[in-house]
Design a protein around this ligand. Sequence first.
Ligand code: ARG
Length: 586
Amino acid sequence: MVSPLVALTPTVSAAIAAALGEEYRDADPVLRPSQFADVQVNAALALAKKVGRAPRDVAAAIVEHLDVDGLADSVEVSGPGFVNVRYSDDWLAGLLADVVADDRVGVPTEARQTIPIDYSAPNVAKEMHVGHLRTTVVGDSLARTLEHLGHRVVRQNHVGDWGTPFGMLIEHLLEVGEHSSEAELLGTDPNAFYQAARVKFDAAEKAEPAGSAGDFDTRARGRVVKLQAGDPDTLRHWHELLDLSKQYFNRVYRTLGVTLTDDDLAGESMYNDVLADICDELEAKGIATMSDGALCVFLDGYTGREGKPVPLIIRKSDGGYGYATTDLATIRHRVQKLGADRVLYVVGATQALHFRMVWDTARKAGWLTDDVEVTHVQIGNVLGADRKILKTRSGKPLRLVALLDDAVTTARSVIDGTRPDLDDDTRATIARQIGIGAVKYADLSVAHDSEYVFDLDRMVSLTGNTGPYLQYVVARIRSIFRQVGLDPQAQRTAVTLGEPTERALALKLLGFGDVVAEVGATYEPHRLAGYLFELAQSFSAFYESCPVLKAETDELKQSRLTLSALVLRVMVTGLDLLGVEAPEQM
Ligand code: ARG
């Protein structure tokens, strides 16, 4: 299975080599979409300077050697040195027939690699906030896509389940009792549980006289020491805390339709046993040194103000380990135990320096080798209408659950308006699909490292580059097939490309496999979102200008049904890779 672009590339490279010399065979042929042609070859502009000739001359020389027999029916130089290529209809129809027959609708299967993906990673006993929404949604889309491309994806939910707050959280849990309504908050509103523990702790700290053994703060501190020492009773309480938190995470994941399960939990605590080892090995290798009582790694090229070296602290002066130590253990585990070929970290952009320092240290230690590609997929902020980080009116970070509830309610009012004929249950299902799909799509349709403004009304709109617009195209095609009583999966006749909108739609459909492969290579799901939006627009244009059920001949009707069925299959596959549901009706 090849796309037009992939098929054309070696032909253009051969022409460049013949026109300009063998040394240019590997030059980028610069194939670009264009409104004046099916594809534009822009290599002449890029190469003109190098070969010391006018761009138009270079373009003419390339055209002279371009052997596009059967592949294109017109090739011409235009403007300052573009080469406009128009594919031949027969060739396109042939390629399209291959995609129609292919259950993967043109998506390649790549050589299998092992790819751990670190994503979501909320903190135990804290509410997931909007920031976690993005790492969860983008990470899940990358996991789905890389899996679909044939890779072994290992989901790693690096939850924050360890550290000093757990002393106070456990003490609070003990006081309120495991089966109390306060403890239940962990599964429904974990922030409230955390805040209650915090308030107690802060009050006890301020109270006089300080440091008496029965005080909450003193007990909390003692609990941290017991936890780190592996005291069985303390560990049991810690597990209780974790189990209640898991319920909360899972509820959010199920609501969002995210593929993470308990099996994917790989939190900070998982590495407790090896942290001492990590420090010892780094010290023995001379990579870590003592500084002001703390064990630190100083790396070349990391300096702060006035050229002062910035340390990566791996053991604090009180003997405790931190976020950096756990992440060193994590990368070693992923390379050595999981056998990673690539590792993705879908984490907030603010942690970029942390990861660079951790990986550079791991490279020095030999835990991270050159054959393993590590990438920080940087996640940008979600903003409110005031263009500041999204907060509630009281200034607290917005609860993810509240936000998702809002989205479904807003979608419900849309569907109540457009489909009053449907029964209550059906409308509820559709509202959930649209509401959640809208939030996820809005997130996935912008570059993962840029910021965006959270605007629910725009997100659930049925027009524009929104999830519901794409879902609507799916529902519309399904309704056409329901109307004629045909199965779109089985609709695989030959396609004729007569009308311009038919041809444009076919060209778009042929690009799906390339886009999915691109997302797998660049980790940018917004490219797939953009593609699906263009496909939806191409379909709408086709549907407006070409009668399907009322086509002039039965052959043409079958051909157009096949095109529509292929749009449906590509759309459903694409939305699934984004993690967005495709409704039966809307
Ligand atoms: N729990 C962290 C947070 O909420 C994110 C963890 C990301 N993964 C990692 N390996 N450090 O910010």
